[in-house]
Write a protein that binds this ligand. Sequence first.
Ligand code: NAD
Length: 260
Amino acid sequence: MSEEVICRRLVDRVAVVTGGGSGIGLATSRRLASEGAHVVVADIDEARAKEVATEVNGIAVQCDVTDQESVEAMFRTAFDTYGRIDIAFNNAGISPPSDASILDTDLEAWRLVQEVNVTSVYYCCKAVIPYMKKQGRGSIINTASFVAVMGAATSQISYSASKGAVLSMSRELGVEFAKDGIRVNALCPGPVDTPLLQELFAKDEVAAQRRMVHVPMGRFAQANELAAAVAFLASDDAGYVTANTFLVDGGISSAYTTPI
Ligand code: NAD
C-alpha cells in the first residue's frame, strides 16, 4: 500500500495510541498524524515514544498499561494538553515465548499476558470513556487479533484467551455506549510483518511455512495496512460502525483451502 497520504479525515482530532513506539502502533501514529490528528504516543519505552512523538509532531507519554494510575495519568495528560480526546487506540500487547501450549504455560506467564493484553484495555476504556461521554463523541479501537475468532494448533493459550476477551469487551462497550456517541470496535489483525515476526520466522522456516499456507494472499500484512484500518475506524467515515469484529486478516479466517 502506498505511504502517500490520500485523505485528511482527522484534522485537529486528538488521538491516544498505546504501544505507539513500535509496529502497528508506530504505523498508526504516523497515519493518524498524516490525516491531521494530534497524536499522543504512549509506550512503556520512553525513548521510543519520544522519537515517534517528535516525528509525528505530537507528545510522548511514558505509560505502563498494566498500571491503572499510569493509564489515568496518560489520558489526563492528553486531555490537559489538547482539551479533548477523540480517538483511543488501545493497542499495546505482548506475545512472549513463555506463553505456549496450556501444558507448558505456567501461571506467571498466563497472568503476565492477561495483564498486558486485557486488563490494560479495561484500564484504558474505563479511563477514557468519561472524557468521551462529556464530549458526546469518541472512537475507541482495541487491538484484538484473528486468533480471537480462530483456534491455533500452534498454541499461545493466554494470548488467544486475552484477545478473545478484548473482542467481547469491545463488543459490549460498543453496545453500552452507542447512544453516547462513542463507537468501540475491535481491530483483529492477521499476522503482521513486524520485526518480531520476521525474527521468529527467519529462525524457523518450517514454522513460517506452517502458517503461510493458511494465508490466501500468501503474505503477511504490512503494519501500514492495519494503520489504514484504524484511521478508517477513527474517522467519521465509520460513523455507523460499532461493536464490530474488524478483521484485517487477508482472508485467513474465511479460508478452508487457499490458492496454490
Ligand atoms: P510490537 O512489539 O511491535 O509493539 C508493541 C509496543 O507496545 C512496543 O512499543 C512496546 O514497548 C509496547 N508495550 C509493551 N508492553 C507495554 C506496557 N506494559 N505498557 C505500554 N506499552 C507497552 O507489537 P505489534 O506487533 O505492533 O503489536 C501491537 C498489537 O497488535 C498487540 O496488541 C498485538 O497483540 C497485536 N497483534 C499483532 C499481530 C502481529 O502479527 N504483529 C497480529 C495480531 C495482533
